[in-house]
Ligand binder design. Structure first.
Ligand SMILES: Nc1ncnc2c1ncn2[C@@H]1O[C@H](COP(=O)(O)OP(=O)(O)OP(=O)(O)O)[C@@H](O)[C@H]1O
Ligand SMILES: [Mg+2]
Length: 332
């Protein structure tokens, strides 16, 4: 009996020892895993996406006239703000022809501003974005960003003279500065180019600040202009002035407009609809409106019946003017 007891208890002790060994091994494995995941985390932090160089590599500097036409091609473009996060733009492929006016729409968080960030290479890109056949990833950031004009939602003015705000690198003659101010109907409001601009431009109204940014864009004369809901915070009169000045002064430029008010983009050459980081529709607004199940159609419907009717009208008129023959054939 003792022998039996002894054997059993020896087995139990052996089993306990084995269990201890297993649990020690498990603990060691846990420690190893912790160590691995710490190392992975450090590696991730080391690899945290740095902006690529400000200057173009030798031999890859774009010509001073680049981009001469303003054609933009997204080719399987993905973008993430950090390599640990999922992409916020996914598989974007589309072509924007020179001088097209393109309205970008979509719900909040759809990726509209991110699309603009991709153009300025503000985050990690996969795939490519070509501007006039040059891959933007091969161009230094200073070159890339100085060749695209942007009017952001919150206009940026520095506390310096109006002259410095319009022409920070002192590249233009006074006449050109005055002309640009005249184009945006600010000439009368300004007595001298040395006029000081207060911190944040608070001696200008929000509409005037946008107009100063627009004058800056007119001066730079780039082939690509981007507006990110630029007129969301201005009065309707300034909105109308900005829209008409853009149509006139940037007629032969490619203009991408993230639209706050749909009426500003109903006569665009194309509307690009974003949803959850992907492009879900891209076409002439009038043609998109033919699909009553479409995203764009529904966005227009949500503005209410009388506004929706107006928007349909503007789109139809614009289509008839841009494609008179097709529009006539379709109406037969
Ligand atoms: N700087 C950033 N870092 C990390 N994630 C970001 C950053 N900016 C935007 N995001 C995320 O990317 C996604 C797309 O945002 P984005 O600002 O491009 O949308 P949007 O269409 O411009 O929206 P809105 O109409 O509100 O301006 C969202 O999930 C947002 O949270
Ligand atoms: Mg946005």
């Amino acid at each position: 009996m003792w022998r039996e007891y002894w054997n059993t208890s020896r087995k139990t002790r052996n089993r306990d020892r084995n269990l201890n060994q297993v649990s020690n091994e498990t603990r060691n494995q846990d420690q190893n895993l912790n160590q691995v995941s710490n190392e992975m985390r450090i590696l991730k932090y080391i690899k945290i996406d740095k902006e690529s160089g400000p200057e173009s590599e030798p031999g890859k500097k774009p010509l001073p006239s680049w981009p001469p036409k303003g054609e933009i091609q997204f080719i399987n473009t993905n973008m993430r703000y950090s390599s640990c996060d999922p992409p916020v733009l996914r598989e974007l492929t589309f072509n924007i022809e020179p001088a097209w006016k393109v309205g970008i729409v979509g719900r909040t968080g759809a990726g509209k501003s991110s699309l603009i960030s991709a153009l300025f290479r503000l985050a990690n890109l996969e795939g490519s974005i070509m501007i006039d056949q040059v891959d933007t990833q091969t161009v230094g950031l200073n070159d890339l960003r100085s060749r695209i004009s942007i009017i952001p939602q919150e206009p940026v003015l520095f506390s310096a003279s109006l002259r410095d705000n319009l022409d920070p690198f002192n590249s233009y003659k006074d006449d050109s500065l005055w002309n640009a101010l005249e184009e945006v109907e600010l000439k009368e409001a300004v007595s001298t180019l040395e006029m000081p601009v207060n911190v944040g431009g608070n001696n200008f109204s929000s509409g005037q600040r946008q107009l100063v940014c627009l004058a800056r864009a007119i001066l730079r004369n780039n082939k690509i202009l981007v507006l990110d809901e630029a007129t969301a915070n201005v009065d309707p009169q300034t909105d109308a002035l900005i829209q008409s000045t853009i149509r006139r002064k940037f007629a032969d430029c490619t203009v991408l407009t993230i639209a706050h008010r749909l009426n500003t983009i109903m006569d665009s050459d194309r509307v690009l609809v974003m949803d959850a980081g992907t492009m879900v529709e891209f076409g002439h607004p009038y043609l998109l409106l033919q699909n009553s199940e479409g995203y764009f159609y529904k966005m227009v419907e949500e503005t209410g019946s009388s506004m929706a009717e107006q928007l349909h009208q503007i789109a139809k008129q614009a289509y008839t003017m841009s494609e008179p023959e097709t529009a006539e054939r379709e109406s037969l």
